[in-house]
Design a protein around this ligand. Sequence first.
Ligand code: DAT
Ligand code: MG
Length: 150
Amino acid sequence: MIERTFVLLKPDAVQRGLMGEIVGRLESKGLKPVAMKFMRLPKELAERHYGEHKGKIFFPGLIEYITSGPVLCMVWEGENAVASVRAMMGKTNPQDALPGTIRGDLCQQTGRNAIHGSDSVESARREIGVFFNDYEIQEWKRSVDPWLFE
Ligand code: DAT
Ligand code: MG
């Protein structure tokens, strides 16, 4: 199933100069970028995005961290894109994330785990709607697609 997923590179990824590395991994997988936006999240938007974690002990710290600097917000499309990006990200706690995954290779602590990716098709739809208007999402054909999809 061709799906879309919402991906956000967190302030630590931006500050550490890892945007290219992470975007490169998603591109090399053959996933197709359909939206990108570099922005500083207003607190309200951050709280809406992480609404499911409201009330948890780490919520205030999470909001402070995610709003502390610019982030790269993106939508990527591809076969089974939601689970595929989650697998590439690795476990939430980088200490549990396998080598070969983004968090396993590039991060050390849960509170600085570099990347967000939607955890279900339903979350992806909600999160894409929170961050992007329809006109910010590009429908485009890629000439390599026949070499990725039979
Ligand atoms: P994921 O980002 O893997 O989807 P999540 O949705 O459970 O993980 O949590 C969202 C973010 O909140 C996570 O990337 C980092 C932070 N977080 C989660 N659990 C935490 C914890 N126990 N302590 C500190 N931060 C935590
Ligand atoms: Mg999550």
